[in-house]
Design a protein around this ligand. Structure first.
Ligand code: VAH
Length: 319
């Protein structure tokens, strides 16, 4: 059975749906520290779980015979910089609770890392799996810590720790969680509602990105990969790298009137400028067969169709 923490963020619900298709609805338990919308209850088991409450987590793991834990609880880059103390507690103390539980109960553990685990002194174009990591956000520092702790416990105690460094994730049906790549989701909603988008990054800020179906599939395929195939415990995965002006141009092939203005926000621009421009994910492709299905044009087509349908179902106009 799988328990997903931080399940109501950008990634949890979609991953639960993909896992439930393969393992059955009752075998994937979604959790978070807030009440979900009713449709989430209807999709499968949901429970309250606070990663800072070790006893509560342990009860969940034991009472539900959990064998896999997917740890999505975290404060992301921009929101973490606005609340460093909380980000350190959730991203580091919460992680240690999950690591202790995984060791105590022989769980298989997936913890995501991020392009944000690299910093200005890392090779940026491309960033390889193994290189200097001196990130300048509490989010990045906490994710490097997660990578190092997970790998240490794997080598010392055999913990089945697995970690993928995600690019920015683009999704139609869930909102991103206060990161630096969130513009890449908002621009689609703006294009279909007002036709105008104000971007908080410079037009030429190139960042690694991935469409959410690829992100979920990579996670499931990686968790299912035989241990013998894994030469690393932490892998970069990539699909595309684009700038705000490139994604805007691609959207204009469908919505020619989209107007984008650029008003760089110093905090998120500084964070973006410290991150990789492109990811080298050749080890993931070689070791466990990673291969993305969505490039920029496929992602834009899929995003616009999905958001159009959502707006029509909600009786909203389309620009
Ligand atoms: C963020 N979307 O911007 C998250 C992610 C790769 C970026 O970690 O913080």
């Amino acid at each position: 059975r799988v328990l997903i923490t931080g399940g109501l963020g950008q990634l949890g619900v979609g991953l639960a749906q993909m896992l439930r298709q393969q393992y059955g609805k009752e075998n994937v338990i979604l959790s978070d520290i807030r009440r979900p919308p009713n449709e989430v209850y209807n999709m499968g088991p949901f429970v309250y779980a606070d990663v800072l409450d070790f006893k509560n987590l342990r009860e969940l793991v034991v009472n539900n015979r959990i064998t896999w834990l997917v740890h999505y609880s975290a404060l992301l880059s921009a929101v973490g910089e606005a609340n460093v103390a909380l980000a350190r507690t959730i991203n580091i103390t919460g992680l240690h609770n999950v690591l202790d539980l995984a060791l105590e109960n022989c769980l298989r553990l997936f913890v995501p890392s991020t392009i944000g685990a690299f910093g200005p002194s890392s090779p940026r174009d491309p960033a390889p799996d193994l290189s200097i990591q001196r990130p300048r956000t509490i989010y990045g520092v906490s994710k490097v810590h997660a990578e190092l702790m997970g790998e240490y416990l794997h080598h010392k105690y055999g913990l089945d720790f697995r970690c993928l460094r995600y690019p920015g994730v683009v999704s139609a049906n869930t909102n991103p969680g206060g990161g630096t790549t969130d513009y890449a989701v908002q621009i689609f909603h703006d294009a279909l509602s007002t036709g105008k988008h104000e971007c908080y990054l410079r037009a030429n800020t190139r960042l690694p990105m991935m469409h959410i179906p690829d992100c979920h599939r990579a996670t499931v395929e990686f968790m299912q990969a035989p241990e013998s195939r894994l030469s690393l415990r932490t892998y970069n995965i990539a699909a595309m790298s684009f700038t705000p002006e490139e994604v805007a141009e691609e959207i204009r092939k469908h919505l020619p009137n989209l107007r984008v203005t650029y008003n760089p926000d110093i905090i998120r621009q500084t964070i973006a400028d410290s991150w990789p421009v492109r990811f080298d994910d050749s080890n993931a492709r070689q070791d466990w067969g990673w291969k993305p299905a969505y490039g920029l044009s496929e992602m834009v087509t899929d995003m616009l169709a999905a958001i159009r349908e959502k707006r029509e179902n909600a009786g909203l106009t389309i620009s």
